[in-house]
Write a protein that binds this ligand. Structure first.
Ligand code: PGA
Length: 255
């Protein structure tokens, strides 16, 4: 059985003090949770303090992005090996805000996944269609394409370290989450793709998270779907009580 993963993406929010306080509060609330894995993704400069706050707990640290190259003259960018040295275990790749606002292409996302794996990080590949693409009937093809390009040529041995996140762009930050049924449909398609890529066994082991306007109220319904193996939470992860309630919904849904 796949262990559910509840991930909090803090995006560009907080200060040194507020990030430390949030990490400490989450460590206090969820540090001993066994039934679900919890991961937080603070902004880069807060990683060391977040790492200190969660040390000794079961909570994992992740970063929101990395550069595809190992190192070099890339002003403003951060390498996978640096993230790893700050105790990051996970890294997001291809979040729709990176694709949309920073011009990240499917090919760049693929290179980031490879770099993350080479840096001993677990990449969380984010895919999802915009509302225009969905309305035009292209949603499934867009998601297939994002998955196909990012994973082309990858060996099945990486499957255990890979996480997928289906995040429909129209649901992110909109207060308009996908219904559990709509999300489940796309998760099933992604699962098929993963099995085609990596084989039945490995393709079945990869966790597929849902993201987009997740709240404590809708978390249980989403997690009740067979192929939804966790949640990538934005806004609601900035409040320790909300994020903890979401993580506890995972315990309820899987017990
Ligand atoms: P949201 O963001 O929960 O605020 O919609 C989710 C995400 O972008 O990962």
């Amino acid at each position: 059985m796949r262990q559910p993963l509840i991930a909090g993406n803090w995006k560009m929010h907080g200060t040194r003090d507020s990030c430390r306080a949030l990490a400490s509060a989450i460590a206090g609330d969820l540090g001993t949770l066994q039934e679900a894995e919890v991961a937080i993704f603070p902004p880069y400069p807060s990683l060391p303090e977040a790492a200190d706050a969660i040390r000794g707990t079961g909570i994992a640290l992740g970063a929101q992005d990395l550069h595809p190259e190992a190192e070099g003259a890339f002003t403003g960018a951060v390498s996978g090996s640096l993230l790893r040295s700050f105790d990051c275990r996970y890294v997001l790749a291809g979040h729709s805000e990176r694709r949309r606002l920073f011009g990240e292409t499917d090919d760049a996302v693929k290179r980031k996944i490879s770099r993350a794996l080479a840096s001993d990080l677990k990449p969380v590949l984010c895919v999802g269609e915009s509302s225009e693409q969905r309305e035009a009937g292209d949603g499934e093809e867009i998601v297939h394409k994002q998955v196909r390009i990012a994973l082309a040529g990858m060996d099945s041995s990486v499957a255990t370290r890979l996480v997928l996140a289906y995040e429909p762009v129209w649901a992110i930050g909109s207060g308009r989450p996908a219904t559990p049924e709509v999300a489940a449909e796309m998760h099933a398609l992604i699962r098929d793709d993963l099995r085609k890529f990596f084989g039945m066994t490995e393709g079945s082991e990869i966790r597929i998270l849902y993201g987009g306007s997740v709240t404590p109220e809708n978390a249980g319904g989403l997690l009740g779907q067979e192929e939804i193996d966790g949640l990538l939470v934005g806004g609601a992860s900035l409040d320790a009580a909300s994020f903890s309630a979401i993580a506890r919904a995972a315990v309820g849904a899987y017990s």
